[in-house]
Design a protein around this ligand. Structure first.
Ligand code: 5GP
Length: 112
């Protein structure tokens, strides 16, 4: 069981800002921006590289929920960055797909 499944199961606490049938969104424990949220599917898709055709609805839902959370949390207009780290070179630490939503500071490019 990953740390995110424990958060979904309420076995460990998190500051949750959105939850529905398919996903949950909560604050990252180690924020890299003034607002740093994680959007996680309840079904454990390990990473983008292991997603399957049957995950299509969940994957689309995550992006639309990112938009909804950005609107609800008040950073839709100012902008935000969505990041998915995939595998070793991608910097993935938790093997359960998650979108990082980073907001309320100017992001640079290219990413580190
Ligand atoms: P990754 O590097 O896999 O893309 O991102 C994993 C993220 O999970 C990191 O940003 C890290 O700070 C966050 N994280 C790790 N453990 C916990 C935890 O117990 N609670 C919360 N809210 N975030 C966590």
């Amino acid at each position: 069981m990953t740390i995110f499944e424990k958060i979904i199961a309420r076995e460990i606490p998190a500051t949750i800002v959105h939850e529905d049938d398919l996903c949950i969104c909560f604050h990252d424990i180690s924020p890299q921006a003034p607002t740093h949220l994680l959007m996680v599917p309840k079904k454990r898709i390990v990473r983008v590289g292991e997603a399957e055709a049957e995950d299509k609805e969940t994957l689309g839902h995550l992006l639309l929920m990112a938009q909804e959370v950005a609107r609800n949390e008040g950073f839709l207009e100012s902008g935000f960055r969505v990041v998915i780290n995939n595998g070793s070179d991608g910097g993935e630490a938790v093997p359960h797909l998650h979108l990082h939503l980073l907001a309320r500071r100017k992001m640079s490019w290219p990413p580190g």
